[in-house]
Ligand binder design. Structure first.
Ligand code: SF4
Length: 100
């Protein structure tokens, strides 16, 4: 399954939502999460993310593996997002700070 990680937090561009064929994405006030029960591993969302926040679980660095559990848990607690939202305030500055 694919996993949303910390680069999304505070940016939340939501480009991912427009490419996902199966409505995996959930959202809260800070970021998106992928429901691992729905993800079909198509890989479309990872290159669509402007801040490189999305990776397949097997490619996550050791210090980012905890995002697998965060996505699984938060996807059960948050609503599905099926259309783009505006990026969060400060997202462009944050993206630049990330070197993207
Ligand atoms: Fe959706 Fe494909 Fe990304 Fe899974 S890998 S969340 S199915 S776009």
């Amino acid at each position: 399954t694919y996993v949303v990680t910390d680069n999304c937090r505070g940016c939340r561009y939501t480009e991912c939502v427009t490419v996902c064929p199966v409505e995996c994405f959930h959202v809260d006030d800070t970021m998106t999460y992928i429901d691992p029960e729905n993800c079909i591993d198509c890989g479309g969302c990872a290159p669509a993310c402007p801040v490189g926040a999305i990776e397949p679980d097997y490619r996550l660095a050791a210090d980012k593996k905890y995002w697998i559990d965060v996505n699984r848990k938060r996807a059960t607690e948050t609503p599905v997002i099926s259309a783009r939202l505006p990026a969060l305030p400060g997202a462009d500055e944050r993206r630049q700070a990330l070197g993207r």
